[in-house]
Design a protein. Structure first.
Length: 449
């Protein structure tokens, strides 16, 4: 294999490959795109064919319709069973029905449900989309290793949202609030086993589709130590070094769409654009979105993101309602409950202003049970590990960004979700209700899937 040195590639291709945003889940783009591409070339595929397979694989995470974070938002807001099935079929493969308790939807690494989509493809196929379809079928197959076990339910241990529909990182692998399930260096054996089985699938496919073969397949025994090197890489620089060492240099020029990884010491981000997630037409609000709500919601995002005034933004939060949702997570039954809830809400909002989100994740992602929770600031910071980004771009919220929720007292609620340009692995959501003539946030949470 042709190798690429830092002399022949002065600008790190892997760093350039980590530039664009999209929602993503489970194993990140380093597995679904980079490792899949490399395994394809080692199995014998033409590089262009391996690229199509890898793009099809990554495409399920890039899609606004099939990516787990946005799909789960509609599950949590509206109880949408179609979205729940999409998350199960594309990211948490199981034969458990929707709806059903998580214990009936156990994900087995490399199990039958994970392989179902692959079996029908193991024959001669000259269709123009054949390789993309193979990549899409590989996605839940690979996810079955990172998502193995019983799906967790957000927002455990407090309010468990839609437990018969929700799918999140298993508690045994970090839980719904953590990215631990996705990090290859924490699961080296799983990554190695997943790569070996992916390689076997690709070899098998070429047996029936030799039109895509450019070389004989490599031997797995020679590839395994390289895969382990990939899996053990725990920073972006180490992933970069692996790519520079093992990816053919003439392929790197074709890479235009990259993604950030949730690993430390990545390239500095100088701006973060917040984008409101527009719901599918079938879930668009069937109730008129009040003008007063739009004014309040835009006032909130302008205070929070536009001027970085966390305290002013937190004034839009109803601490009583939020405290009810956080029962079991925060101490919300004492006289100090309002103060505790206000502190949590400020930390929650402040963490999305932090430049290096790795530091936020290391501090528990606003999980009060995490030992580093108290280190999270309640205001924007000018310096230190929780330094605030220098440029933050708030969204302009319109009526078409809201979904109507159940009409429970004290009246109908409206949900809105935001996605962040440099944080492709999560979506942050807010529920608004009118309380005593004022529109306030009664719940806020994030989805990591």
């Amino acid at each position: 294999m042709a190798q690429c040195s830092r002399r022949t590639l002065p600008v790190s291709f892997f760093a350039a490959w980590l530039l664009m945003e999209s929602p993503a889940v489970a194993w990140e783009r380093d597995v679904h795109y980079l490792l899949t591409f490399w395994l394809g070339t080692q199995a014998g595929f033409l590089r262009a064919a391996a690229d199509q397979i890898a793009e099809g694989n990554q495409g399920l995470d890039d899609s606004e319709y099939h990516a787990a974070p946005t799909s789960m938002i509609w599950v949590l807001f509206r109880g949408d069973q179609g979205a729940a099935r999409s998350v199960r079929d594309n990211h948490f493969p199981s034969d458990g029905p929707i709806p059903s308790p998580p214990q009936r939807r156990v994900v087995t690494a490399g199990g039958r449900s994970a392989r179902d989509g692959l079996e029908g493809l193991m024959r001669r196929n000259d269709a123009s989309d054949a390789l993309g379809a193979l990549g899409e079928a590989l996605h839940p197959f690979q996810d079955s290793w990172s998502h193995q076990g019983v799906p967790d339910v957000p927002l455990r241990p407090g309010l468990r949202l839609r437990p018969d529909l929700s799918s999140a990182h298993p508690e045994a692998r970090g839980g719904w609030f953590s990215k631990a399930a996705d990090r290859t260096y924490l699961h080296v054996s799983d990554v190695t086993n997943m790569a070996r089985e992916t390689f076997a699938v690709l070899q098998r496919y070429l047996q029936h589709n030799s039109q895509w073969r450019v070389r004989a397949s490599a031997d797995w025994s020679a590839l395994e130590p390289i895969v382990r090197e990939f899996a053990e890489a725990s920073t972006r620089q180490q992933k970069d070094a692996w790519a520079v060492k093992h990816i053919p240099r003439d392929w790197s020029a074709s890479v235009e769409a990259g993604r950030y990884l949730s690993l430390p010491a990545g390239p500095a981000s100088f701006a973060r654009q917040f984008q409101a997630v527009r719901p599918p037409s079938a879930l668009a609000s069937s109730a008129e979105v009040p003008t007063a709500l739009l004014e309040a919601a835009n006032g909130f995002v302008n205070a929070w993101i536009g001027t970085r005034d966390v305290a002013a933004a937190a004034e839009f939060v109803d601490t009583t309602a939020l405290g009810d949702g956080l029962a079991g997570t925060l101490e919300t039954t004492s006289d100090a409950a309002p103060k505790v809830v206000r502190e949590w809400s400020r930390r929650f909002l402040a963490m999305y202003l932090v430049a290096d989100h790795w530091e936020v994740d290391a501090a528990g992602h606003a999980d009060p049970q995490h030992p580093e929770y108290a280190t999270m600031p309640e205001t924007s910071q000018g310096e230190g590990p929780f330094r605030t980004l220098s440029v933050l771009q708030p969204p302009k919220l319109g009526a078409d960004h809201f979904v109507v929720l159940e009409k429970t007292p004290p009246g109908p609620g409206f949900g809105v979700a935001l996605r962040m340009s440099d944080l492709p692995y999560e979506v942050v959501a807010f529920v608004w209700r009118e309380i005593d003539g004022r529109w306030l946030i009664t719940s806020m949470f994030y989805v990591l899937n």
